[in-house]
Design a protein around this ligand. Structure first.
Ligand SMILES: [Zn+2]
Ligand SMILES: [Zn+2]
Length: 341
């Protein structure tokens, strides 16, 4: 006998049993709880490390290269970092994920006073506008400043114009001052960028065609210095800039894994031609062994491998570390999101 209220003909008991057996989510669409757990631990670890921080800290917010969303098998977000010194936050690059990852560190948006962009590839700037908008309604000071290559000023003005209506709605809803303008300093070349009570920042021009200029930065805080290669081929100028720094964060690619990874991505719809993409990688980026050479030449204490290509989880830390360790004799850290250094 069937349940008359159930046109499918299934009995209520069978229906409930079926529901209990059915997966809550499909395996391909959502991560399992086991996959979510480590990320939560990383956030908790970052919060604890920042709470107990005695000096300047660097947090890797996103450690993957390229405009690649966090597909299954990836835990790394696009490139972004935050440095925290004396209660002030300095964000470097705004790849997709920067706003959430910043929030997950537990840092207040009140602290966010400076944003730096290395270059205008989307994996470094595509979440610039969302960071400003969500930062603004989360307490970011209206005096926040942005630094980066031209046309950052025009981009900022255009973005605020595009979101003018949205900003005005929220300003009215929440009775807060609207975000109407941001102070932008365009950095067209090498030299001093800014200085405040905590840090002196300088830039170099790196080699990342056709992007011009693409920048590397060095942050000299009172207690430590942190240099960033930005996106570049192995470059003497990076070793020179990073000379004697405590930390060098350098982009890195693991060439043996790139071809296989690229074939798999193209099969899933990545709209590039294999040869053209590989030519771009060679003309624009640094193999991890060359990164070891640059770090050794610079004489830094710690090398952080980040902006990883491919930024997939199946390449072990030891695999990443070994080619650099052939040349660099200091500490090598393989970057993972929310790592505090
Ligand atoms: Zn990049
Ligand atoms: Zn780039």
């Amino acid at each position: 006998m069937t349940d008359q209220s159930n046109p499918s003909g299934l009995s209520r008991r069978n229906l409930l049993a079926g529901l209990a057996a059915a997966p809550i989510v499909t395996a391909s669409a959502e991560p399992s709880l086991a996959q979510i757990a480590p990320a939560k631990t990383a956030a908790q670890k970052a919060q604890a490390a920042l709470k107990n921080a005695g000096g300047t800290k660097l947090v890797l917010l996103g450690t993957s290269a390229g405009p690649v969303p966090t597909f299954p098998g990836r835990t790394r977000h696009m490139t972004s970092h935050v440095m925290v010194s004396n209660g002030t936050a300095y964000v470097l690059d705004c790849g997709l994920g920067v706003t959430n990852e910043y929030a997950r560190t537990g840092l207040s948006f009140h602290a966010l006073k400076n944003i730096f962009i290395t270059h205008h590839h989307p994996d470094h700037n595509c979440e610039y506008a969302p960071l400003l908008l969500i930062g603004w309604v989360s307490g970011m000071p209206l005096t926040v400043r942005a630094f980066g290559p031209p046309p950052l000023k025009e981009m900022t003005e255009d973005l605020l114009k595009a979101y003018k209506q949205t900003i005005e709605f929220w300003a009215e809803d929440f009775h807060i001052k609207p975000l109407t303008a941001i102070e932008v300093k365009e950095i067209a070349g090498a030299g001093p960028v800014m200085q405040d009570d905590n840090v002196k920042v300088s830039s170099i021009v790196v080699n990342h065609p056709p992007v011009k200029p693409a920048l590397g930065y060095r942050f000299d805080f009172k207690d430590r210095s942190i240099a960033f290669s930005g996106d570049t081929t192995p470059l003497e100028a990076v070793a020179h800039m990073a000379k004697g720094a405590d930390v060098l964060v350098h982009e890195a690619m693991y060439v043996p894994a790139i071809e296989k990874y690229l074939h798999a991505r193209i099969a899933k719809g990545f709209p590039v031609k294999f040869d053209a993409f590989m030519a771009h990688m060679k003309a624009d980026h640094s193999a991890v062994e060359d990164v070891g050479r640059i770090a050794q030449e610079a004489g830094v204490k710690t090398l952080v491998l980040s902006h990883l290509t491919p930024g997939i989880d199946t390449i072990s830390d030891d695999t990443w570390r070994a080619p650099a360790a052939k040349y660099f004799k200091g500490e090598i850290i393989v970057g993972h999101d929310l790592m505090v250094i």
